[in-house]
Design a protein around this ligand. Structure first.
Ligand code: HEM
Length: 158
């Protein structure tokens, strides 16, 4: 008789624990759906950021105008440039990457970069984002981040 009581209590306890786990799973699912995802997550995480830069960077190197800026860079330096840009975009969009480049002002200062060159670079990024069908909201947010660097990069308004 005592054992039967004990097993009923244990059964009830097990049901209670199962219910609590169920409630907390539902709660965390609701919480997840309410938390606004970062731009990084909405873009598709590191794989997506990496694919975007891998498509974008060679366009700069091969461009008839801004390509001259990258003339004479070794493959290793180009790879470094790509990786720095991946980390920058990843970090600036809320991802877990560490920025491994120096500031935009430091690295572009003195190059005499023209506004028209900045526009060519930005247009290449637009083309890449369109190629990857990045939705309008994420497209606008990323282009706003890139646009915010313009004053640090452009030295000549032509
Ligand atoms: C549109 C926004 C731009 C971003 C986000 C960007 C990003 C970067 C980054 C992360 C680096 C590496 C910095 C480092 O070594 O620490 C870099 C270097 C450089 N960028 Fe930009 N850049 C932009 C625009 C431009 C423009 C418009 C030009 C000229 C057409 C340009 C030309 C260069 C050059 C020549 C280097 C140095 C490459 C080297 O010798 O290592 N960038 N940029």
């Amino acid at each position: 008789m005592r054992n039967r009581h004990l097993s009923t209590i244990l059964d009830l306890a097990a049901i209670f624990v199962a219910l609590m786990i169920g409630v907390s799973l539902v709660q965390s699912a609701v919480a997840d759906s309410n938390v606004e995802k970062s731009l990084y997550e909405r873009l598709g995480g590191y794989e997506a950021v990496s694919a975007v830069i891998d498509d974008f960077a060679p366009k700069l190197f091969d461009d008839p105008i801004v390509g001259a800026r990258f003339f004479g860079m070794s493959d290793d330096s180009r790879e470094g440039f790509r990786q720095k840009n991946k980390n920058l975009v990843c970090a600036a969009t809320g991802g877990p990457c560490k920025i491994i480049s120096r500031s935009a002002a430091t690295t572009h200062g003195g190059l005499g970069i023209k506004a028209s060159e900045f526009d060519i670079v930005a247009q290449h990024l637009v083309d890449t984002l369109n190629k990857f069908n990045v939705p309008e909201r994420e497209f606008n947010e990323l282009m706003a981040i890139i646009g915010s660097l313009r004053p640090d990069i452009v030295e000549i308004e032509d």
